[in-house]
Design a protein around this ligand. Sequence first.
Ligand SMILES: [Zn+2]
Length: 500
Amino acid sequence: MCVNTLIKCIEDERVQCIGYSYCEYLGPRHWFQFADDTALVTTSEEDNQALLDVFTKWCRWAGFQVRVNKCSRFGIKHNGKKATQFKPYLKVNNQMIPQVEIHSNIYIHSESFQYLGKQFNYKMDMVVIEQELEYDLLEYLEKINRLPLHPRNKILIITKYVYSKLRWRLSIYRLSQSWVEQHLDDKFISYVKRWLHFHKGANLTHLKLASSKFGVGLQLASDVHRYCKLSIRKILSKSINNDIRCLFNLTKFNNVQTDCLIYNNDNPRSALKQQIENTVVEHLSTLKEQNTIMKHVRQVASPKHITMWDNICRQMPKNIFVFVRRALIHSLPNNSNLCRWGKRDNPLCELCYSNKQTQLHMLSACPVSADEGRYTWRHDSILYTLLHYISQLKEYGFRIYADLDNFDNPNELFHSMRPDIVLIKDDRIFILELTCCFETNSEKSRNLKINKYGDIQNDCKKRFRHWRKIFVEFTTLGLVTKHIDDLYSVFKKQTLIIRE
Ligand SMILES: [Zn+2]
């Protein structure tokens, strides 16, 4: 606004005495002013000095002090067809302005000057910025790496804090997507793998998904770069300034993908989010083993329960969190994996020596672990937790039987069968059977249990009019299938009926 006032002022005849005059043969002179940042652009050196003199006078009038050591002079001239950089001769208050050095050596990066926080150089290359970005990210990663934090929080610091420090540069410079992927993403990924103890070939892309889909909301620098580009293009396209919209149209051939999102969607940001998610899902579908658990659980568990599971996992100590995250993609250092990674020769289980030590064998099929009661302990621990909640039904007149110590045993009711929990009230009986199984076996194990207890009525010592059988499955990594909702609904219904 001040500049506009000034220009209007100097056009006035009365103030021409301060030395500014407009002649037709003069080339265009531009004075760009934003807050206390100024750029003076002219077609000749002499013009620039003339404008600089006006600028100096204006500064004196406006009470601004020019810090000459912070200014730069930069010139480009045409030599026939070729443009070359030169050093214009410009002074402010009789002090020579520092010049932007010219390097004739092609191996030395051309020196830059800064205007409004953006660096410019003769070649308009990004080499210096690229080095700066790489260096900064690495420094942040190293610092975060040294902090005694949970891996989940380390990732959170990157996505919430570090990217906010890089976003400006990712927005204003024309960096290629492939450069960001190769130089920034790769660095971040290598650290995340270190924090989660993932092996070299482990898949990380699923971490980009929401927690209801086994992700941790991980964002890579290349994703941030895409959002930044989208914002810039959107601002240009929606500008009220005709020139800016012109600029948008002139540059659309270099931004086809980003512009498509703007043209075809009411909310381009969420469209981009969806696009990134689709790429992840597509990539996951190409993975054979690493996606098997996630794929199966997504079918048998509800997103709500996966989110709950994730919330619990992130509150777990670091070692348990890392164990679960590795197990989810079949990346635990069990003997069969170690063999595959070339770190071991013998894939056999060291407890039973009869089978390969795979994740399934370790967590739910080793005969020695079964004999030692490890799986039973796990099963009963979950049963105790369930009973902790189910015991509330006692207040509503239910009698509770459980196949555990300190509880009435179901053998009082049945001849040969032993369901895990039995609830009785009047002529109603509820049978609850819990299965702890490997992730990919949940449906198979469930069907076995359904068959087993198919005609439990005939095995009962008493007669009941209303029978309800509930089968719930917990997997070895603590995930629960959607059938847990059957238990919730019974619990809710019974407590409600009785309250009424
Ligand atoms: Zn074994």
